[in-house]
Design a protein around this ligand. Structure first.
Ligand SMILES: O=C(O)CCC(=O)C(=O)O
Ligand SMILES: [Fe+2]
Length: 303
């Protein structure tokens, strides 16, 4: 019924049969997981350092540890960075954390940006039949480290990260070799992704900009009790002032809501609105945990 083509690339040496239909590319860079682990361990052992880091971004904080006391939310810890946030860290703290793994982590993300952002924007442009580059000129990027640590409020829970669709254009997920990431197949079943694959997933903004010619990939992370898993994710989204509607020149593959077609939603508003339900699922904003944030977004986008 729809022409939508999901973009799910796996960078994996020995592709499993389940992903044979996806294009595969060789891994070109590895995330520094020993350094990421060191950074999480250092910040969790030193609450004063964690508070000092969070004070550089008082709106939301940088390291999030709600899972230590909240059993019903995602059972993970995250460190959310961006080029702008990193610049706000005072130099003494930056030096301390740099030696505790942050330098390696930021060096890695900067290499990943160089290697992945332009080629992936070109790939999406080819799928959509319109140029994605102008809407991404200002580089609205976020870097996230996830630590699915066994010691959380619900150590036996399998819920590492609830089912969701990323809000932006694409996300590149680097994994430490531990399985747990799953992608939703067309029939609604969950397909495990090999733990050593690097995965490129598209998000809601890719769906809208491409006029529905690119689909978004719903995914989740399941935990194995007692097993620690780390991931590093590079998120790319359109510039905040871009109107969230099909790019000029795109013939929509399906009907969007009038709100979207009139260009009434911009990326800043969409990110803020989606982020709210997101943070509830992750336990970083008060409110009930929603079963699905995606149905609400679908209503807004498809009308
Ligand atoms: O940890 C992972 O593999 C995925 C994390 C994720 O989907 C997210 O943070 O949006
Ligand atoms: Fe995600």
């Amino acid at each position: 019924m729809s022409l939508a083509r999901p973009l799910a690339l796996l960078v994996h040496k020995s592709p499993s049969k389940a992903f044979a239909r996806f294009p595969l590319i060789q891994p070109e860079i590895q995330a520094p997981f020993a350094s990421a682990r060191r950074l999480f361990d250092y910040l969790r052992a030193d609450p004063a350092a964690a508070s000092a880091l969070n004070a550089t971004y008082p709106k939301r904080g940088i390291i999030k540890t709600a899972a230590t006391h909240n059993a019903s939310t995602d059972q993970k810890f995250t460190i959310d960075l961006s080029p702008a946030r990193t610049d706000l860290i005072p130099s003494a703290l930056r030096g301390t954390l740099g030696a505790q793994g942050l330098d390696d982590v930021l060096g890695f993300f900067s290499g990943a940006v160089t290697l992945y952002v332009d080629p992936l924007l070109r790939a999406l442009s080819a799928l959509a039949g319109a140029d994605f580059a102008p809407a991404h000129a200002a580089r609205n990027l976020n870097f996230r480290l996830c630590d699915y640590h066994p010691a959380t409020a619900a150590p036996a829970s399998a819920n590492g990260c609830g089912a969701h669709t990323d809000y932006g254009t694409f996300s590149v997920i680097f994994q430490d070799g531990t399985p747990g990431l799953e992608m939703e197949a067309a029939d609604g079943s969950w397909v495990p992704v090999p733990g050593d694959a690097t995965v490129v997933l598209t998000g809601w903004c890719a769906v809208v900009l491409s006029g529905g010619r690119i689909a978004a990939a719903r995914h989740r992370v399941r935990r194995t009790p007692g097993v620690r898993r780390l991931s590093a994710v590079l998120f790319a989204a359109p510039d905040l002032d871009v109107a969230l509607r099909p790019l000029t020149g795109v013939v929509p593959a399906r009907r969007f809501s009038d709100t979207v077609m009139r260009g009434e939603i911009d990326v800043r508003w969409f990110k803020e609105t989606m982020g709210k339900t997101w943070r509830k699922r992750e336990g970083n904003e008060p409110g009930g945990v929603r079963v699905s944030q995606d149905s609400e977004i679908e209503k807004l986008i498809w009308g």
